[in-house]
Design a protein around this ligand. Structure first.
Ligand SMILES: [Zn+2]
Length: 71
């Protein structure tokens, strides 16, 4: 027997590019904006900020193309 709520939660975690992430302060999925946190040698680190309470709800790392680095 499938629990539909479990499936929905799983999908949210898989799609990390979603514009809404779970905020532990708001105790629900909230719209987020991303902010550049760090510039790394191989990419950039972004932080997701809850639009309601302004707390960090996660980070995302974007990497430059690996073929470019291997040269
Ligand atoms: Zn929040």
């Amino acid at each position: 027997m499938w629990l539909s709520s479990d499936i929905e939660n799983h999908r949210q975690y898989e799609d990390f590019n979603a514009t809404a992430l779970y905020c532990s302060k708001c105790k629900q999925a909230m719209p987020v904006r991303d902010r550049l946190l760090l510039i790394l040698p191989d990419g950039e680190l972004y932080e997701y900020i809850c639009q309601r309470c302004g707390s960090s709800v996660g980070t995302k790392k974007t990497t430059k193309s690996r073929s470019e680095l291997s040269i």
